[in-house]
Design a protein around this ligand. Structure first.
Ligand SMILES: C[S@@+](CC[C@H](N)C(=O)[O-])C[C@H]1O[C@@H](n2cnc3c(N)ncnc32)[C@H](O)[C@@H]1O
Ligand code: SF4
Ligand code: SF4
Length: 329
């Protein structure tokens, strides 16, 4: 019988506002805890979830597994070892945010609210959970990565304490996402230390388009903060995304103004991203992406080469670009 394996299931713990689960891929893989609100966790039951998740990764059971058809599944190798511990923790337990990107799925949960007040998550506090994971010996402290998402860190009261606690737990790498409206001295410090990737989505190069996409007038703050982070010891670790949004910024002129701005600010790494509407929620074999997206990607790539900018692509984006734009299987 054929057996499958998933490195996400083995390594990742995603602490979302509505569930604690295996991966962060858009597919609802095995769920450790549904609707967590800070109550006491039955850790035996919790541990069972990963074991059961793996038990279903075979030819016979895969059709009834939540992992069915997932892009991250691969064939199991002899040296694959299932670990009880997690080495990547996704922190995404709040939805409050100080802007309102038109493409953001979180806007459904936060009902479109834009908040500027620093506050606790309306779901649960993450710090006690992190400390408990440590007590339960579920953290692979030799290889730990923290991926902090949101909502936005700018309005999360726990943000600095989470960073402090993760450093105490020996985190090797941080990935921190933010809309970058607020400057964070801790991020500058972490960037200087060299173990942090800071990722933000700008998606435009002008104030007018920014306002249309983000629904707040904070383009200048974003640009000024980027300038400060770009002066850190590791500017290449500041990643700025351009998410292609249909009928909004899906044209060469806007891509050009984005790339020009990045060069002017001193950004070294940009990310090309396709809206999750296509990347995650459309069967592209049946409903293809707009035909001009391929041209836009090639144009983006060309401008990056001309301006000496690195392009970073996330696994799923790379896969979609290879398959649908470049015919690489
Ligand atoms: C929910 S956000 C939270 C972090 C932070 N507020 C931010 O925007 O960077 C997580 C990431 O998903 C990206 N994202 C949100 N909606 C998306 C969409 N429809 N398509 C592609 N990426 C999206 C954001 O740009 C961000 O990088
Ligand atoms: S196979 Fe896919 S859905 Fe299942 S845990 Fe892995 S990434 Fe998540
Ligand atoms: S900044 Fe992040 S959380 Fe806020 S609306 Fe935009 S994508 Fe969503």
């Amino acid at each position: 019988m054929k057996y499958y394996f998933c490195d996400e299931l083995n390594n990742v713990l995603s602490c979302f506002h509505d569930r604690i689960m295996s991966c962060c891929t858009g597919q609802i893989g095995p769920v450790y805890y549904e609707g967590y609100r800070g109550e006491k966790i039955d850790w035996d039951k919790f541990r069972e979830v990963k074991i059961k998740g793996f038990e279903m990764l075979n030819e016979r059971d895969i059709d009834t597994s939540p992992c069915k058809n997932c892009f991250f599944l691969r064939e199991r190798k002899d040296d694959d070892v299932i670990s009880e511990k997690f080495n990547l923790i996704n922190v995404s337990h709040w939805t409050q945010c100080n802007c309102g990107c038109i493409y953001c799925a979180r806007m459904l949960d936060s009902k479109g609210a834009i908040t500027t007040k620093i506050q606790k998550s309306s779901y649960y506090d993450f710090l006690p959970l992190l400390k408990e994971l440590y007590k339960q010996n579920l953290l692979d402290r030799e290889n730990l990565t923290a991926f902090i998402q949101g909502g936005d860190i700018s309005v999360l009261k726990e943000f600095d304490s989470i960073i402090k606690e993760f450093l105490k737990q020996g985190v090797k790498d941080f990935f921190i996402l933010s809309n970058n409206i607020k400057y964070q001295p801790n991020i500058k410090k972490l960037l200087d230390m060299g173990n942090t990737r800071f990722i933000t989505s700008l998606d435009c190069g002008t104030r007018e388009l920014y306002k249309k996409i983000k629904r707040v007038d904070k383009f200048d703050d974003m640009v000024n903060n980027l300038k400060k982070y770009a002066k850190s010891r590791h500017p290449e670790k500041v990643h700025v995304k351009y998410i292609i949004i249909e009928h909004i910024n899906d044209n060469k002129k806007d891509i050009e103004s984005f790339i020009n701005l990045m060069t002017e600010i001193g950004i070294k790494t940009v990310e090309f991203m396709i809206d999750n509407k296509y990347l995650l929620f459309t069967d592209l074999d049946k409903n293809p992406m707009p035909a001009h997206y391929k041209d836009l990607y090639l144009y983006f790539e060309k401008l990056c080469k001309e301006n000496n900018l690195n392009i970073n692509l996330w696994d799923k984006t790379r896969y979609v670009i290879n398959k649908y734009f470049l015919d690489i299987v």
